[in-house]
Design a protein around this ligand. Structure first.
Ligand code: NI
Length: 226
């Protein structure tokens, strides 16, 4: 499932985050790439331990923890600290798959990457190119969202970022381990949840809503890994 989450940050949070990020020191993005990724990756990142990365990362994660659409779609168990990248002057990231297991920085713990997230700090009018192209079974999907929006996609997908030929593409990217490993099951639970909310809104108090809510939780109980 590929899903856009609109308006994750409020405009004033977005402006504050951009001010902090633009003043930070940036390094070559190859530092966090694996062998395959390093050959095709050309961008800049803020080092993970940089105080700005921590501060803006916490702002994003706090906002997401209160975002019902994100929680329902991702069903997160562990979320890696957000990282930050930027592309300009023709930079791009060729086709790759994200590493399946990542260590939580500063800890001995590792998580499985089930869902990949890209949050857009710059709007599409600010740069040319820089589309995130995600390949799924229906073909390639090209994603370039307004500032403050975020895209979720399965970490199993091949994807790339096209060359940025004008301006600067500024994003956060991170991964999470979901309580539901399989994308198809997560998508099913998400559809069921959205459907229950819709019926509940148009038929308040309908007994079918309670029954379907029971089905949702009993599926989650069967499938969730903690
Ligand atoms: Ni990637």
């Amino acid at each position: 499932m590929i899903l856009a989450i609109p308006d994750v940050l409020k405009p004033e949070q977005l402006a504050e985050a951009r001010r902090l990020l633009e003043a930070a020191e940036w390094v070559d993005g190859k530092v966090t790439a694996g062998h395959q990724g390093a050959r095709v990756k050309d961008n800049q990142q803020i080092p993970a331990e940089h105080p700005v990365a921590r501060q803006v990362g916490e702002m994003l994660l706090r906002a997401l923890s209160q975002n019902a659409l994100f929680m329902s779609a991702a069903l997160p168990l562990h979320i890696l600290p957000p990282m930050f990248n930027r592309y300009s002057g023709g930079q791009q990231f060729g086709t790759h798959v994200d590493g399946s297991i990542r260590q939580i920085p500063g800890t001995p713990h590792r998580i499985r990457t089930d869902v990949s997230c890209t949050f857009f700090f710059a709007g599409p009018e600010e740069y040319d190119g820089g589309e995130l192209v995600i390949e799924d079974t229906y073909g390639a999907k090209s994603v370039k969202l307004p500032a403050g929006h975020m895209i979720l996609y399965p970490s199993t997908s091949l994807h790339h970022v096209t060359p940025v030929t004008r301006g600067t593409r500024l994003c956060s990217f991170f991964w999470l381990q979901s309580m539901i490993r399989e994308d198809a099951r997560r998508a099913l639970l998400f559809d069921l949840d959205v459907g229950i909310q819709r019926v509940g809104a148009s038929q308040p108090g309908h007994p079918g809503v309670v029954q379907l809510t029971g089905v949702y939780h009993n599926l989650l109980r069967q499938w969730a890994e903690m």
